[in-house]
Design a binder for this molecule. Sequence first.
Ligand SMILES: Nc1ncnc2c1ncn2[C@@H]1O[C@H](COP(=O)(O)OP(=O)(O)OP(=O)(O)O)[C@@H](O)[C@H]1O
Length: 193
Amino acid sequence: MQAQLIANDIACRRGERLLFKGLSLGCAPGDALQVTGSNGVGKSSLIRILAGLLKPFSGEVSTTGAMGLIDETLALDANQPLGKALAFWERIDGCRDPSRALEVLQLEELLDVPVRFLSTGQKKRAAFARLLNRNCPIWLLDEPLNGLDTQAQKSVESLVALHCSGGGIAVVASHQAMALPDAETLAIEDFAA
Ligand SMILES: Nc1ncnc2c1ncn2[C@@H]1O[C@H](COP(=O)(O)OP(=O)(O)OP(=O)(O)O)[C@@H](O)[C@H]1O
């Protein structure tokens, strides 16, 4: 079955504040969607709603296909060397070719470094390695360029573009516009409550 991500008439409330309402979107294989907006407008909240981690105040999300999320939390054991921390998930995710992600994200030389000692950008690259290894069709990326240097930003942009050109879906929440061919833009301000 083909991957799909649909959100219908979503409203989001955080605390006592209604952040946005009437937000709908639909993504099919090959689609890239950039979610834009100023600080605090609700970009991360929308990503969490799409991921099923936050209940919308109203509206519905439906998905077909597995989702992978990258946000500020790194789901790798901080006390393990990077190689072992990634290998734990490679076994669970049934990854057949972990070396590809290590090469693409230039992580080979960091495999013996405990995850907690990695720099911000190195951690972000490690998160992308795990995402690649999962081989899931729907990518939800919250500020994926944060902490990355120019070269790593370009690598990530290429990875996301490649994912979409191969039939994947990417929803990207970011202050910085990503160079993604044919990406649609969703400005959360347009749905401000
Ligand atoms: N658990 C919470 N309880 C109450 N308010 C919250 C909670 N989490 C976030 N908020 C508020 O919701 C608003 C939207 O937060 P969110 O992180 O979604 O914004 P954002 O657009 O991603 O911001 P940024 O660009 O700074 O990352 C903010 O005003 C924030 O303070």
